[in-house]
Write a protein that binds this ligand. Sequence first.
Ligand code: SF4
Length: 250
Amino acid sequence: MKKQKHKKIAKPALESKPGSRKLNLRPSTARAILTKAAGTNPQRVHAILEKLDEAYPDVTCALVHENPFQLLISTILSAQCTDVRVNLVTKELFKKYRTPKDFAYADPNELEQDIRPTGFFRNKTKSIIGASKKLLEEFAGEVPRTMEEVLTLPGAARKTANVVLGTAYGIASGVVVDTHVARLSERLDLSRNTDPRKIEQDLMKIIPREKWILFSHQLIWHGRKICQARKPRCAECNLERLCYSSDKTV
Ligand code: SF4
């Protein structure tokens, strides 16, 4: 008896670009299929995490600090400023102001000048003095250990809280979403949102909780070194075979 020939059906290739002609689908349809099949597919997410672990096994926050309070101050200063510049400023700042009390009762005009190179120095001064006072008045001068409490400090939004809780205390309350994490989440098709809060929610659903802290640092380092905003260095990227971003340069 003759074997019946089966027609070959093309499968969506995980590593092909959305809108691949092989599927003969409209780009939007192909992209929708790829989103379900590829974007946040647990196997693909696992493969991305493995590649990040290979490239960045033990990265951490680049802000130089000696305790949770210094990290809080540095993170407030890092808004719209590079970590390198923040570290230059805090090198002298933390010699001059050593405790929450020193910052809480600092002369605002003087503190403004001390942190001026980090930009937005008037608002940052208000946040630093306000946060230091709140720590003294309500938390015995210690940075608290819950998201809810950290969010009550002036100048501390979820990003700051996640940095401080994750890096200083090893508490995984969420995923840090800064400009690098937002860009890479979009390029790697891990989130279709642009609002950092929503991106964080998307990432928290697909990344295992025990990886939240390291994963944030890994994406930040990858964003700085390889997947740069203007011209990603895709030829050097170990995620290249898993990435179908339209920004790819290879
Ligand atoms: S392949 Fe290019 S765009 Fe994709 S993650 Fe790597 S550097 Fe970024």
